[in-house]
Design a protein around this ligand. Sequence first.
Ligand code: NAP
Length: 458
Amino acid sequence: MLRAAAGLGRPKAAVPGMDLAGQVEAARRDVTLFRPGDEVFGLRRAAFAEYVSAPVDALVAKPSNLTFEAAAATGGALMALLGSAREGRIRPRRRVLINGVSGGVGTVARSDTVAIMTQSVPRPVRWGILGTGGIAATFASDLKLVEGAVLAAVGSRTAEAATTFAARHGFARAHGSWADLAADDEVDVIYVATPHAFHQAAAAVCIAGGKHVLCEKPMTLDRPSSATLVEQARSRGLFLMEAMWMRCNPVIRRIAALVADGAIGEVTAVHADLGLQGPFPATHRLMDPALGGGALLDLGVYPINLAHLILGMPASVQAWAHLSPEGVDQNTGLLLGYPSGAVAALSCSLVAATGNAATITGTTGRIQLPPAFFMPRTFTLHRGGDTEVFDLDFPGKGFQFEAEEVQRCLAAGEVESPLMPQATTLEIMGLLDAIREQIGVRYQPPRSGQPNSGRTTR
Ligand SMILES: NC(=O)c1ccc[n+]([C@@H]2O[C@H](COP(=O)([O-])OP(=O)(O)OC[C@H]3O[C@@H](n4cnc5c(N)ncnc54)[C@H](OP(=O)(O)O)[C@@H]3O)[C@@H](O)[C@H]2O)c1
């Protein structure tokens, strides 16, 4: 299990009559200092420990029951301690995290823990969502969990859908066209949530409007069109990231770190499958070649990304798929071979009650991810005859982590994320192209402009 941090206990009763100075002094005692990457108890803090592992110097937590003023003052006091302990390498205190609720200094202390991170508080990031379907709703819900995220505007093909979505999910403005959303001066970044076939056109409209983009997976229908988008974003100095949320999940990040540390020896195999049972009507986007349908681009991207995260690019790809009458792949198997001698056996399906689990096997151990492996809260590490279970509970479905990563990048002035670099997107898009060539799935050329009709069924 994740290690519980020493010195952090249940909420204490308020200390009657203790003045501000007394509270601050009390809070300065028994400080727990977490190093970057340390495992910290509890969800938010564990997530933050992962989240801050690269850019942040340290995280401090202190059991307390402080007033508002004491929390703020204690932040300063603890940072002074940290600063002296770390010989001035510390950046100024700018953030206080209280019982998992983070905010600037001044956040009301209503529970037992104060944590100070030496990271600047990102300025509020104003989000737009383009498309009002299923995943847009899920993302909007998790976006509410993200500190600093402002639900600014929604863009849709119709004003009616935009207005309904904005009202339901609490967005400030609704636009009846993609262009109007892209022109909204009070939007910083747009999450593109249309079916795959329109990702390129929609993201291009956003980039042309000077907006940063988080684009649903797959980035586009093929590598050349993804490369075009990357080029467009780079030439404008704008952030662009494929929304491969699995790679931002703290459990997945933990697994990648463990594997990189040699926790299971040399990796020999990745097994993963992902499916939906269906059946889907022929009009559903998953069955429609004009909408980039098929299991590979919708579901296969997760096993492929997991294998890529662990093993990089394969030297050999063999694919086989059973195609639907519409010409999209509905049951697909992949065998990837790597220069190291490792293999990946991956599958995806639109017709099967698949297990949706994954295993990463190495010479000295293995890691098992239960269903649904692409949005994990837990995994099991088997090594040396021992079994360790890692749990990370968190609210929401886990889309908040990719949104947090986008905001971190924007605050840091980064135009792509190290968690899902553009080069990785392009490599995987190229892999998908090669697989589609083998299985005989061909899409129409990517469309441009905003389509006016043809709502999908989901
Ligand atoms: N990360 C994940 O776990 C996850 C899960 C599901 C889907 N996805 C991805 O998210 C994307 C959308 O999936 P979804 O299930 O949300 O799709 P969806 O509900 O079928 O459609 C999403 C929205 O796109 C717009 N749209 C639909 N048909 C369109 C068309 N012909 N032309 C232009 N816009 C159209 C509609 O919004 P308006 O009516 O407002 O224009 C629709 O509500 C896909 O690329 C998929 O891969 C990701």
